[in-house]
Design a protein around this ligand. Structure first.
Ligand code: SF4
Ligand code: SF4
Length: 186
């Protein structure tokens, strides 16, 4: 996406270019990012490299007795993705209906980090889609997140260290969505 792309990102770009010779566009329908690369990619649902689990907050309406069957959990309200992958990943992709998936999954590769909206740069859609189209989609995602209760936004927002942010996440420079977290991360 830019001249300063790291060796690791460049490796992903080559890998995705081989896997996806046809370029495709994401859409945002019914508050869900429809990413045509996902069914074949599944990079962010399978086993992760990082030892630290990736937290995926659940809304109150998404927590039920079936939740421990669907997810590895960090706590009652927080599913996680780790070196085992996601428990909800089945042989044909995610087993869950959009209403049960963490909001983070429905919005990926857009990610609320430290109270601001970022684009996960490793995703093939982030690498191959037109920049203006990515920003337009990001604005729609931002408007959706802004419509959620502040408490839910604060729960959804993950924390990332500056170095990790700089390499893997692109700041969309949209207004902060969790003012306290955005201030704390400066
Ligand atoms: S990296 Fe992108 S395309 Fe791949 S599974 Fe994640 S969101 Fe889908
Ligand atoms: S809930 Fe579904 S979309 Fe989200 S990480 Fe798990 S398998 Fe992937």
């Amino acid at each position: 996406m830019d001249a300063a792309e790291s060796e690791r990102l460049a490796g992903f770009r080559e890998r995705w270019a081989r896997l996806f010779p046809q370029r495709q566009n994401m859409r945002f329908d019914n508050n869900v990012v429809q990413n045509p690369y996902c069914p074949q990619c599944r990079f962010c649902c399978g086993p992760q490299e990082e030892a630290t689990p990736f937290p995926m907050a659940l809304l109150d309406s998404q927590v039920s007795p079936r939740t421990p069957e669907d997810f590895y959990l960090l706590d009652r309200h927080t599913a996680c993705l780790d070196q085992r992958g996601c428990k909800a990943l089945g042989p044909c992709g995610c087993r869950l209906d959009n209403t049960l998936r963490p909001i983070a999954c429905n919005l990926f590769p857009y990610v609320l980090v430290n109270g601001r909206l970022y684009l996960y740069r490793v995703c093939p859609a982030s690498m191959f889609m037109d920049k203006d189209d990515l920003l337009a989609l990001g604005k729609a995602v931002h408007a959706y997140l802004a419509s959620l209760p502040e408490r839910d936004r604060a729960r959804i927002s993950i924390e990332r260290a500056k170095e990790d942010l700089a390499e893997k996440y692109l700041d969309l420079h949209l207004s902060p969505l969790c003012a306290d977290r955005a201030r704390a991360a400066v």
